[in-house]
Design a protein around this ligand. Structure first.
Ligand code: MEV
Length: 328
């Protein structure tokens, strides 16, 4: 008996430590947050893949290699392609000669470094897998999402699909196994959104340019980035928020030095620290996007207000252990 309709979801993330340096082989610490993307998959008798993105306001049908836009014009194809790729891969693995209709929506702010695109792709792979009774493992879902994400981000490390698939808090190293981390107590965070969208590919390219220009300066910075992540693993285990805050501040200085901070991010970081945050840094790609502020629980509200006064949109985020899951 095949299912007719499945909803699956996957979480967004914040990188606590090590973004960008992870691209050069250093470990990063990433945490899933309680904001999720959802994919509804329904089977179709024809072999078409129809995709509707509620948030982006675009939709279209893939028939083999051709694309017919329904909403959003020809450009919609580029944004829908990774979702198509994930769905197609699952269809191929399941060896089912049918089509699927997919509707995606996300409660994760888009294109600001919180992993919304990976969460949408991971939720899609999970929903289609369940719809087709393909019985794919988490490892399979991660691989499929990673391959699909490469279309959006060029040479991503894979950190976003990994955390969306597995949830929790991970120590992630490119080409190595990622390891779930033990975290004592709460990690109370405020996320400050600059509202400036950018592409991960472009931000990664800025850093690559710095590396090319100043290799002997760049290499020790990257190495220090990795050491911060490893020190943070110990502080997470003992729940030492004071130390985690200090490590965030050092990490922010390194990210600034490789060219991925910007004026808004710096303003929010300082505003958060002044309002009582234990530490603050950009998270994800930088150049806009979001920052995080680690704050004592009783100061979360005032830190959020300070970020808003500095011109950002702020919200409080909680960690979640739940990775990709079928909802119904
Ligand atoms: C993006 O969330 C994190 C970066 O390190 C890029 C990547 O790891 O793919 C900037």
């Amino acid at each position: 008996m095949y299912l007719l309709e499945v909803v699956a979801s996957a979480p967004g993330k914040v990188i606590l430590f090590g973004e960008h340096f992870v691209v050069y082989g250093e470990p990063a610490v990433v945490m899933a947050i309680d904001k999720r993307a959802y994919a509804l998959a329904e089977s179709r008798k024809d072999r078409r893949i129809y995709i509707n993105s509620k948030n982006l306001g675009i939709s279209g049908v893939f028939v083999g290699e051709s694309f017919e836009a329904k909403k959003g014009g020809r450009e919609a194809r580029v944004q829908l392609e990774p979702i198509r790729k994930a769905a197609q891969k699952v269809l191929n693995l399941a060896e089912r000669k049918i089509g699927v209709s997919i509707e995606v929506r996300s409660a994760i702010p888009i294109a600001v470094g919180l992993g919304s695109s990976a969460a949408v792709i991971t939720a899609t792979a999970t929903a289609v897998s369940k719809l087709l009774s393909a019985d794919l493992s988490k490892e399979d879902i991660f691989r499929i999402a990673y391959e699909a994400e490469r279309i959006v981000h060029g040479t991503p490390s894979g950190i976003d699909p990994a955390i969306s698939t597995y949830g929790g808090t991970l120590l992630f190293s490119q080409n190595k196994d990622f390891k779930p981390l033990e975290v004592k107590g709460d990690i109370p965070l405020v996320i400050g959104d600059t509202g400036i969208e950018r592409s991960t590919g472009e931000q990664v390219a800025i850093v690559r340019e710095r590396k090319k220009q100043y290799p002997s300066i760049f290499d020790p910075i990257v190495e220090a980035g990795g050491k911060i992540s490893l020190q943070a693993v110990k502080a997470l285990k003992t729940g030492n928020l004071q130390e985690l805050g200090e490590l965030m501040n050092i990490n922010q200085a390194l990210l600034y030095s490789v060219g991925v901070s910007n004026e808004s991010l710096e303003r929010f970081v300082y505003a958060a620290r002044k309002a009582g945050a234990l530490g603050a840094k950009l998270t994800g790609d930088g150049g806009g996007g979001c920052m995080i502020a680690l704050s004592p629980s009783e100061k979360l509200e005032q830190v959020a207000e300070a970020i808003e006064r500095a011109g950002g949109t702020a919200f409080i985020a909680r960690k979640t252990s739940e990775g990709a899951r079928v909802e119904s």
